[in-house]
Design a protein around this ligand. Structure first.
Ligand SMILES: NC(=O)c1ccc[n+]([C@@H]2O[C@H](COP(=O)([O-])OP(=O)(O)OC[C@H]3O[C@@H](n4cnc5c(N)ncnc54)[C@H](O)[C@@H]3O)[C@@H](O)[C@H]2O)c1
Ligand SMILES: [Zn+2]
Length: 385
């Protein structure tokens, strides 16, 4: 869609009275003020931008604040340290204080300008401050195109990720792809894993497109990038519309996340980026789909080839033992009587949640994964990320 500001895509998340737009457009950071008014936020109250130090240094929150200020909106900014450790009860408490100190009331809104960490934390604060105030997402990472849509907000406890949270849908998502230009190549690749995931679970054409683009998907700009992001956001939006509270199809978004979660845990959340762990997990899920669900032979190879060209890992690290990989799967809420639950693929573009897979089958799949997709020495060491 063309607007007076150039190419823009608007994807609506249809949730009745709580419907909201995801606006994807180069430069939309500088139009935050227009959208503020368009979605009916309250100009008479004080509003709070939450960001992290890296994103602030890149100048994005300042642009959002300037655009809001130009429309007469009073806005304050609170900053957290970059990284997953800030998604904590301690930082939530500091943000409650910041909100109170800045004078936020029930008509105020909280704006998350940053990646998934800022989004999850600021969203959690927005869900709970004064029993819930309006929330706006301004994602600045590729990965956050997944995190910023759908209203799941959370913080971590010291040993368990995302264990305290809420469903709190944003009123507006503003996605400026030019903000992604300052990301490292590694972070771009990690975020693209979720695009491949969205294609794999319900949009074979999107998967094909990424497959055709190969490595060049990392360097997309302009209209092409806007289109790709909007399409991937749209898949998330459709899934959320069908199943906001994850009673059914929303679980498909967990493709690759079961083994991925084991890798993240064993790597202490430092060795792998989220999308990297999910990439390995998706190859594994595709392999298990061939073994257990009768997916076409070669599905896992095709998955691995796409991910590899983006620069993502596909193999399980040699130093992670089979049983250690299985352990986190047993503690999964969905595990019953030693039988495991996985999101599998009937084919690329069609996912299915499969319960009751014996641990022995999973073990066999792990061994086969190691043989067919050997660890390529990931993650890369040293600088040049
Ligand atoms: N709520 C959900 O549905 C959902 C879904 C997926 C992931 N998540 C959560 O998202 C988090 C991961 O998201 P993430 O990868 O965006 O992490 P992140 O927010 O930690 O961002 C990654 C790094 O990039 C930096 N950064 C952000 N934007 C930048 C930019 N434009 N230029 C340069 N650097 C930038 C950040 O400071 C950080 O150091 C996890 O906590 C995960 O649990 C939530
Ligand atoms: Zn994910």
């Amino acid at each position: 869609m063309n607007s007076e500001h150039g190419f823009q895509e608007v994807v609506w998340v249809e949730l009745g009275e709580r419907r909201y737009p995801i606006v994807v457009a180069d430069g939309v950071l500088d139009r935050a003020g227009e959208w503020f008014l368009q979605v009916g936020l309250s100009p008479g109250s004080v509003h709070l931008i939450v960001t992290d130090e890296t994103v602030r240094a890149a100048g994005y929150p300042e642009r959002v604040a300037a655009s809001l200020g130009a429309r007469g909106v009073t806005v304050k900014t609170a900053e957290i340290p970059s990284g997953e450790r800030s998604k904590s009860l301690e930082w939530a408490a500091k943000l409650y204080e910041a909100a109170l100190g800045a004078g936020l009331d029930r008509q105020s809104s909280i704006w998350a300008v940053g990646g998934g960490v800022v989004g999850d934390l600021a969203g959690f604060v927005a869900a709970t401050y004064m029993r819930g105030v309006a929330f706006v997402q301004v994602p600045t990472t590729w990965l956050a195109h997944d995190a910023a849509v759908g209203g799941k907000v959370a913080i971590n406890l010291p040993r368990v990720k995302n264990v305290v949270g809420a469903f709190h849908q944003p009123r507006l998502v503003l996605y400026d792809p030019t903000a992604l230009d300052s990301l490292s190549r590694r972070d771009v690749a990690s975020g693209l894993a979720e695009v491949v995931k969205h294609g794999s679970i319900r949009d074979a054409e999107l998967f094909d497109r990424v497959e055709r683009l190969g490595e060049s998907v990392l360097y997309l700009r302009g209209v092409e990038r806007v289109r790709l992001l909007a399409r991937s956001c749209a898949i998330k939006a459709r899934v959320v519309e069908e199943d906001e509270r994850e009673a059914g199809v929303r679980a498909h978004l967990n493709l690759g996340h079961t083994l991925g979660h084991s890798l993240e845990t064993l790597g202490d959340y430092r060795r792998f980026r989220h999308g990297e762990a999910v990439a390995v997990g998706m190859v594994f899920a595709a392999l298990l789909s061939e073994m257990w669900l009768g997916a076409a032979p070669g599905t896992a190879k095709r998955m691995a080839a796409v991910l590899e060209r983006i620069g993502l890992p596909t193999g399980v690290p040699r130093d992670f033992e089979d049983e250690a990989l299985l352990r986190p799967m047993y503690s999964d809420k969905k595990t019953v009587g030693g039988k495991l639950t996985f999101v599998l693929l009937e084919e690329i573009g069609r996912a299915k949640t499969v319960r009751g897979i014996p641990a022995e089958t999973v073990r066999q799949a792990i061994r086969r994964h190691r043989r067919e997709f050997p660890d390529g020495g990931f993650p890369p060491q040293g600088p040049g990320d």
